[in-house]
Write a protein that binds this ligand. Structure first.
Ligand code: HAS
Ligand code: CU
Length: 583
């Protein structure tokens, strides 16, 4: 639906400013985090080493935090703000409140960033080389945990801001269906509120007091489980904004309409209820978690594939509709009629294509038995560079080429450089992530500065380790080149002058609209209630067992696998009984 003939900055100048600031914060993180990525690849492969191996982990933490949290979340609060204001056709309720949460996010990032940077300076007694997964037993300086807390509170208040807009709109428009983009934002916000409780408890109850010296120890398995409670769902906090763009912007730039609004609502409801009760699939190899709980997480994860498979169908169907409107025909011939010269389209389509591959590596990760093969190897790193590093990051970069003119009133500096940028990203990621997956299958570990283990030779089935390493190095370098091109386009666009020749703000119309969607889909209280119930079912017993065995503050349970312990226990009872019978 094209809401008006005006650009976003003409409609909502104050909100456009907030979005610009959110994007700039995001791009600064992308620039620094991306550069560190290149340094890491070159370090591991031992081509160029700018820090010593002990500091590799400080670098890796900064890379992970800046890209996974700062780049992605600052960008998403920008587009969610755009989605709410555009689709409800009203400004935010109180801009001071909005600047307040943005400020908290900035302060939080700076605090966490300073704590990590402290690790590079020997004379400063501060470091946070705990990686972006920050669970015990590794410990960071309190500033790191405080910074993360403030950042998360900022995101919560952002969510409150979008809810306030929706509530105000509801009052003015009683009985009307909530527009799809706003629906996507509020469902995502709801599961983020629920999911982020895990890290909130982990930091405030355990990690922060522990780093302040108030406790001597914590239960490492408990903090790990609380981290993954949030840590899995957060991947959908990153992905939902990209999905939103595939649903509401991709059909528009393809020249068509969204295939189905009701199906899109179903997808977002499924993510709301299923994103959180799955976190234990990151802990298949944790001996302290019983196999049965892992099995429940696996089943939930397999159900969670459904909304992505529905998305694949809807998004491709919408693209096909667009292509046919543009004169495309044939079973596959319509693909040629798509606007491949437009970086906004091509970036999103390539991001989607890579996500199809990422979905397969995700399914492999999710299988309990096959996970034992890939866990903690470079395979997992390959997986998440396709998901968050491409499906999400490439979509964000591609849509920037659409958003920048909307929020600045300036024409995009160069479409062709933008096109080259998205193509180079795709190419670089193909090299890097493919080789990472293959090395992972050979057992090459992740998260180490010295993967070569002296005296140990990894044997490849096809090709050689040298060739795989070269692919990673070439891929990483291409990604860095692509990043530079992206920044050049952004900066040059900002340096340009205002133009009248910018298309109107808006998003795709639908072939099947909200009137076809059952009303129950909009019953957020019901879905939120089910989401909470599923989380209780999936987490109550595992958490009770971890605390029961290891204590709230540790030292943690025995390291033997749960089922072995149960067997030993049962065996002991059998022996005792037999002894009793005999004597
Ligand atoms: Fe994952 C590990 C399972 C999705 C991110 N994942 C990670 C880690 C990260 C991450 C960061 O079960 C590492 C964490 C760490 O540091 O340890 N993941 C899954 C599963 C999915 C999945 C089942 N992951 C994501 C997304 C992420 C992400 C999304 C970020 C945004 N992942 C796991 C598991 C692990 C894991 C285990 C633990 C591994 C271990 O042992 O440590 C699913 O959600 C994937 C479903 C996706 C699909 C694909 C649908 C295809 C679509 C494309 C449509 C095509 C278009 C283009 C639009 C079924 C929607 C068409 C174009 C044309 C030209 C026609
Ligand atoms: Cu996960």
């Amino acid at each position: 639906m094209s809401v008006t003939d005006a650009t976003y900055i003409d409609q909502f100048p104050a909100e456009a400013k907030i979005i610009r600031m959110a994007f700039f914060s995001s791009f600064i993180a992308l620039a620094v985090g991306g550069a560190l990525g290149l340094l890491q690849v070159l370090h591991r492969i031992d081509i160029v080493r700018v820090v010593d191996s002990a500091q590799y982990y400080d670098m890796l933490t900064l890379h992970g935090v800046l890209l996974a949290f700062t780049f992605s979340i600052f960008f998403l609060v920008g587009i969610f703000t755009w989605a709410v204001t555009t689709s409800l056709d009203r400004g935010l309720e109180n801009l001071r409140f909005t600047w307040g949460w943005y400020g908290l996010m900035v302060v939080g990032t700076l605090m966490a960033g300073i704590a990590i940077l402290g690790g590079f300076v020997d004379s400063i007694d501060m470091s946070a080389a705990v990686l972006f997964t920050f669970y015990a037993p590794m410990q960071a300086h309190p500033l790191f945990y405080l910074g993360l807390t403030i950042f998360v509170v900022g995101t919560w208040l952002a969510g409150v801001d979008w809810f306030r807009s929706w509530w105000a709109w509801k009052k003015d428009n009683p009985g009307e269906r909530i527009p799809l983009p706003a629906f996507m934002v509020v469902t995502t916000t709801l599961f983020w509120f629920l999911a982020s409780l895990g890290v909130a408890v982990s930091i405030l109850a355990f990690l922060l007091p522990w780093s302040l010296g108030l406790f001597d120890q914590v239960n490492a398995l408990l903090t790990r489980t609380l981290f993954w409670f949030t840590g899995h769902a957060i991947v959908y906090f990153w992905l939902m904004p990209a999905y939103m763009m595939w649903y509401i912007l991709l059909p528009k730039v393809s020249g068509g309409k969204l295939f189905s609004d009701p199906l899109a609502r179903v997808v977002f409801v499924l993510f709301l209820i299923l994103s959180t009760p799955t976190g234990i699939h990151h802990q298949y190899l944790d001996p302290g978690v019983a196999e049965g709980f892992k099995f429940i997480a696996m089943v939930n994860t397999m159900f969670l594939l459904l909304p992505s498979l529905l998305t694949a169908f809807t998004v491709v169907a919408s693209m096909e509709h667009g292509a046919r409107q543009r004169g495309g025909s044939g079973y596959f011939g319509w693909l040629r009629a798509l606007p491949w010269r437009d970086p906004v389209f091509t970036g999103m389509a390539l991001a989607g294509l890579m996500f199809a591959a990422a979905g397969f590596s995700g399914m492999i990760n999710a299988g309990m038995n096959i996970n034992y093969l890939v866990h903690n190897t470079w395979w997992v790193v390959g997986h998440f560079h396709l998901t968050v590093g491409t499906a999400v990051a490439l979509t964000f970069m591609a849509v920037t080429y659409w958003f920048l003119p909307q929020i600045t009133g300036k024409k995009l500096w160069s479409k062709s450089v933008g096109l080259a940028q998205v193509l180079v990203w795709f190419l670089g990621m193909t090299f890097m992530s493919n080789a990472m997956h293959r090395q992972g299958l050979l057992g090459v570990p992740r998260r180490t500065a010295e993967p070569q283990y002296s005296g140990f030779e990894f044997e490849t089935v096809v090709g050689s380790m040298g060739e795989l390493n070269a692919q990673v190095a070439i891929g990483g370098t291409l990604l860095f080149v692509s990043l530079l091109l992206f920044l050049v386009v952004v900066v040059m666009t900002l340096l340009g002058s205002r133009s009248d020749d910018i298309p109107a703000n808006g998003y795709a119309d639908t072939l099947s609209g909200p009137e076809d969607a059952p009303l129950v889909l909009d019953n957020l209280k019901l879905w939120a209630g089910i989401a909470v119930l599923l989380v209780v079912l999936a987490y109550f017993l595992p958490l009770a067992s971890i605390i029961g065995r290891g204590g709230v503050l540790g030292p943690g349970g025995s390291p033997s696998p749960q089922f072995v312990e149960t067997l030993v226990f049962t065996g002991q009872i059998a022996i005792d009984t037999a002894t009793e019978v005999i004597t």
